[in-house]
Design a protein around this ligand. Structure first.
Ligand SMILES: *Cc1c(COP(=O)(O)O)cnc(C)c1O
Length: 417
């Protein structure tokens, strides 16, 4: 079987054509069973020591997903007051929220302090602000372990070329500032980048990071960050991250550290993509076919406003083609296509020079692995409306979990119109 959606019964008792007719396109479709499965992988990653997985909600903050994360026992990371508010609204208690702040205002820090939410500061200057606002308080520091990793220069968030975290040489200064305000540093965290398929750089960064962590006396937790990758080229056989091997290595490292540190300590991770990406596909309709200078274009309603990753990072998403509710086999006759959207930008390209079964007008394209950095990065560019989101429940039935935007939603932002 070379169809991911078929082999996983992704659409339950439905098919993309029925979903497209009921809910319109473009449409984000989630599969609850896959989502819960990935959450459990992350929850079970470390077993030898006290451990929690924090779902990084910037990946996908649909309230239904957040509620499922809560049910599955995950904690959560927030990057902004908006994300904190979503978590509280979804039912997360404040002690299960971790605010990883980057270059934020006093007002934003105050927002977290007032709600009793643990906050990580990622520069000495932010620590100073936090100290002025919350003397005698507790906080965490985001440290740079000196090693980065990721699928693109833009998503590597440690090492030398990054705006994030406190460098090793600034740690002493940070401690002086913490002392000045009698702040207790109870946690240290890192996040080295996004989408590693080989855990070696991650484990290397953790070793460096734990060396730095030893220099703090009052730690209650250490947090290794996210970045766990998923196979975006699964249709051509790309393997998943070796979770068992990663888990074993982490168990060992953590046990060792817990012994040396000598005080009770909780270990944390911050996965985003791994949890959400594979649980979701994006369905769009083919509205036109064209040949220009030898290139065959497939014109769809999946513009860069709907899914920006390909045009922003050059990311690859596998695509399946459905006709009348049935998936076309990649063993059938194929052609090379450039798949584009309906946005007025030449860069509005979903997939370049892609081999697909012969495509016809009105076919549906099912874009895989769209659950992470998909909907949340979508925009109203060209005054297009944001898509709807549907979840196939464990009962196999589709349920609307976010309605499609309306033009009225856009007008609502303008006073007097
Ligand atoms: C983005 C981010 C994450 C999640 O990254 P993934 O690659 O989606 O796992 C975790 N922690 C921090 C601080 C982040 O900025």
């Amino acid at each position: 079987m070379n169809s991911f959606t078929q082999s996983t019964s992704f659409f339950g008792g439905s098919n993309p054509e029925e979903l497209a007719r009921s809910f319109g396109t473009p449409l984000y479709v989630y599969n609850e069973a896959i989502l819960r499965d990935r959450m459990r992988h992350m929850q079970g990653l470390i077993r030898s020591v006290p451990f929690t997985a924090n779902y990084s909600i910037k990946t996908n903050s649909n309230l239904t997903l957040l509620r499922i994360a809560l049910e599955e026992g995950l904690s959560a990371d927030a990057m902004s007051p908006g994300e904190i508010e979503f978590l509280l609204r979804a039912g997360f208690p404040q002690e299960r929220i971790f605010y990883v702040a980057n270059n934020v205002s006093d007002e934003e820090l105050r927002f977290a302090i007032d709600r009793g939410i643990m906050t990580s500061l990622d520069s000495v200057s932010q620590l100073e602000r936090f100290g002025r606002l919350n003397p005698n308080g507790k906080c965490a520091l985001r440290l740079n372990p000196g090693v980065g990793a990721g699928h693109h220069e833009k998503v590597i968030t440690a090492g030398k070329k990054t705006k994030f975290a406190i460098a090793q040489e600034d740690i002493d200064h940070a401690k002086i500032v913490a002392n000045k305000y009698n702040l207790k540093i109870v946690g240290v965290n890192q996040h080295i980048g996004s989408l590693f398929m080989d855990a070696t750089p991650y484990l290397q960064a953790i070793e460096n990071f734990l060396q730095l962590a030893k220099g703090f006396e009052d730690l209650e937790f250490v947090d290794f960050g996210g970045g766990f990758g998923i196979p975006y080229r699964k249709l051509s056989g790309e393997k998943t991250l070796d979770i068992d091997a990663t888990s074993k290595a982490l168990d060992h490292i953590c046990e060792q550290f817990a012994k040396e540190y000598g005080k009770p300590i909780v270990f944390k991770i911050e996965p985003g993509r791994y949890i959400a990406a594979e649980s979701c596909v994006l369905i769009g309709r083919v509205h036109s076919l064209k040949q220009n200078a030898g290139v065959h274009y497939v014109g769809t309603d999946i513009g860069m406003n709907v899914l920006v990753r390909p045009s922003m990072y050059g990311s690859w998403h596998d695509i399946e083609v459905y006709r009348d509710g049935e998936v076309l086999s990649s063993d059938d006759q194929t052609a090379i296509y450039t798949v584009v959207g309906n946005i007025c930008e030449t860069g509005d390209i979903l997939a370049k020079d892609r081999t697909l079964p012969i495509v016809r007008e009105n076919d549906l394209l099912v874009v895989l692995d769209a659950g992470a950095y998909g909907y949340c990065m979508s925009s109203n560019y060209n005054n297009r409306l944001k898509a709807a989101e549907v979840m196939i429940g464990t009962d196999g039935l589709p349920q609307l979990i976010r309605r499609r935007q309306t033009l009225e939603d856009l007008f609502r932002e303008f006073p007097g119109f």
